[in-house]
Design a protein around this ligand. Structure first.
Ligand code: BMP
Length: 215
């Protein structure tokens, strides 16, 4: 994943045709497109391959399972063109290791603390352990919340300078892309504020401009 703007588009648009249209319009400003269950379930897993024509694709499947199932999911996503897969860390070291081993060189990102209010219930309390475990298992980076920039700084401090931090929660959830980057994130993930806007290209440009000079 080459960093130009620092922007990752979370393409949770459920109309497959519309999603591809938005991907084309926004690709100038997005370093990657993150695809999650809403679009995979409505547009089919072939959306992963189709979107990889526009940019790097990160499969946000938040994989949380036993090692063998993790392996099967990660292998399948990568074979369809994913250059990254997001997994949960709470499943433990064997499942995280299975993801890294099955990735065939694609990037594995582990969730630390989630960006929504409910993320405080369990994930925040174990964020440090999850980062340490992720490092031990060789993940490429972490997901940390733009809604709480001080927690991005916390994750960066434990993760060290070499891991990537991808930060969702920008825009609709209240976080600001430049604040996330200043706190230590490498990329800001933005969904509804771009794909749900009347002019997704202009919206993406605005987020990219907010981060310009910090990337
Ligand atoms: P939006 O910008 O529309 O709020 O979308 C954020 C995206 O990031 C969604 O795809 C969501 O599933 C994902 N995400 C998140 O919002 N918080 C997290 O802690 C982890 C996520 O993957």
């Amino acid at each position: 994943m080459k960093r130009r703007t620092g922007l990752i588009l979370a393409l949770d648009e459920t109309d497959g045709k519309k999603a591809l249209d938005i991907a084309g319009k926004v690709s100038e400003y997005a370093d990657a497109i993150k695809i999650n269950w809403p679009l995979v379930l409505s547009g089919g897993p072939e959306m992963i391959t189709k979107l990889s024509d526009y940019s790097d694709v990160i499969c946000d499947f938040k994989v949380a399972d036993i090692p063998n199932t993790v392996k099967l999911i990660v292998e399948n996503a990568v074979s369809r063109g994913a250059s990254g897969v997001i997994v949960h860390a709470f499943t433990g070291g064997d499942s995280l290791t299975a993801a890294v081993e099955a990735s065939g060189g694609a990037d594995i990102f582990a969730v630390t603390e989630m960006s929504h209010p409910g993320g405080l219930t369990f994930t925040a309390k174990h964020a440090e352990e999850m980062v340490l475990l992720g490092k031990e298992c060789g993940v490429r980076g972490f997901i940390a919340p733009a809604t709480r920039p001080e927690r991005i700084a916390f994750v960066r401090n434990i993760a060290g300078p070499d891991k990537l931090i991808l930060s969702p929660g920008v825009g609709t959830q209240g976080g600001k892309a430049s604040d996330a980057i200043r706190a230590g994130a490498d990329y800001a993930i933005v969904g509804r504020s771009i794909y749900g806007s009347e002019d997704p290209k202009r919206a993406a440009k605005r987020f990219a401009e907010d981060m310009r000079g910090l990337i």
